[in-house]
Design a protein around this ligand. Structure first.
Ligand code: PLP
Length: 396
């Protein structure tokens, strides 16, 4: 066992920081020694409403008193209501609930294949996705992921996956064959370094998909639920995916995933075709319902757009001209600061100064504040980051 994991009964699969967070409220976290942190990680885009949001807590506590789990053998009114809210507020007509992002993408891949095999009867099965993408860690979703590091040691991988460079129309066109079932992409590649996809590329994909009977799958697991300034990031582009996936922020911290699709795909998931014991429990979907109602009712996507513009502007002002900053980019409240060198030490220094941030690849700082973050909190984060960068310049 590695030194870092000494004394732990857990697998050493996470490189954890040596801090234990024990309490959270709004944008703030406290560790077991009482130190307070401003949280610009949000559990990696999960606690979009901040920590312990009152309305979600109330919904969960009420449901805890009534019923936790019954199985999908029975009608689950909360699941129906949560699905209706999601379809009323998106281009989708049907929802499948599961427990994580990887599971939601796994279901999306299965749905695309099954549609082509059972409904359209084209026999197509191939999924085209993009280099630097991240779609999860099940065997199919890590195969769809465009990063070799998540695949190492897991061969043989499932067949029927291809990768092309993002924003490269000729490469995409060359990869399409009569076996192409779906094209799968993130609107902002998140784990891959905060790369928003080009508008023209998205429009071209949507057109190709329509012309050639290929399904468009959008992975909204990190970008969905208001984070980019729209409820779902695909709305920025005026397109409608055939399938899109959600997880992370959909339950405000309660583990839930969802695969959403157009009505013409619904029959592909007939009785017995797919399922999950814990998918859409009364408890999980109480969290989804309260979360969607809050984000839509309180116009938090619009708020994220405004705050994102503010924060991005402040970061560009304060850090944009720094010699080690290449670019500040993002959409709404998913922001990346690309640097000329690895940024792990910036994350550690920020932690010491009471600010939690994360990376997106070795050279990119990733900021994911909650959608209710205040200007004062945004200013504080900018001040801490500016001081770290200024001290670095002074030290050179
Ligand atoms: N897709 C995207 C875009 C993600 O960012 C992630 C997680 O980071 C996943 C899929 C996988 O989600 P999960 O970790 O819940 O399985």
């Amino acid at each position: 066992m590695s030194e870092a994991n000494q004394g732990s009964s857990l697998f050493p699969n996470y490189a954890r920081y040596p801090i234990a967070i024990v309490k959270g409220e709004g944008s703030w976290l406290w560790d077991d020694k009482g130190k307070k942190y401003l949280d610009f990680v949000s559990g990696i885009a999960v606690t979009n409403l901040g920590h312990a949001p009152h309305r979600i807590k109330e919904a969960l506590v009420k449901q805890l008193d009534e019923l936790w789990h019954v199985s999908n053998l029975y009608q689950i009114p909360n699941q129906e209501a949560a699905a209706k809210l999601l379809t009323d507020n998106s281009c989708a007509d049907a929802v499948f609930f599961c427990n994580s992002g990887a599971e939601a993408n796994e279901a999306a891949i299965k749905l695309a294949r099954r549609y082509h095999q059972k409904i359209a009867e084209t026999g197509r099965y191939e999924i085209i996705s993009f280099y630097q993408s991240f779609h999860g860690r099940t065997l199919a979703t890590l195969t769809a992921t465009g990063q070799d590091k998540v695949k190492e040691g897991f061969a043989p991988l499932p067949e029927g996956f291809k990768h092309v460079p993002l924003n490269d129309i000729p490469a995409l066109e060359a990869a399409i064959t009569d076996k192409t079932a779906a094209i799968m992409l993130e609107m902002v590649q998140a784990e891959g370094g905060i790369h928003p996809v080009d508008e023209a590329f998205v429009q071209h994909i949507a057109k190709l998909c329509k012309e050639q009977g290929i399904l468009l799958i959008i992975d909204e697991i990190q970008t969905g639920m208001g984070r980019t300034g729209k409820l779902f990031a695909y709305e920025h582009y005026g397109i409608e995916p055939d399938i899109f996936t959600l997880a992370k922020g959909i339950g405000s911290g309660f583990p839930v995933g969802a695969t959403l699709a157009k009505g013409y795909l619904a029959e592909a998931f007939g009785p017995g075709s797919h399922g999950s014991t814990f998918g859409g429990t009364p408890l999980a979907t109480a969290a989804v319902k309260a979360t969607v109602e809050t984000i839509v009712g309180e116009k938090l996507a619009e708020r994220a757009a405004d705050m994102g513009q503010y924060l991005m502007g402040r970061l560009q002002d304060q850090l944009g001209a720094h010699p080690s900053v290449v670019e500040v980019r993002g959409k709404g409240l998913i922001i990346g600061i690309e640097c000329t060198e690895p940024v792990a030490s910036v994350v550690s220094e920020a932690q010491q100064r009471g600010l939690l941030i994360l990376t997106a690849g070795p050279n990119v700082i990733r900021l994911l504040p909650n959608l209710l973050v205040s200007r004062e909190e945004a200013d504080l984060a900018v001040t801490i980051l500016s001081s770290i960068f200024a001290e670095r310049t002074a030290a050179v």
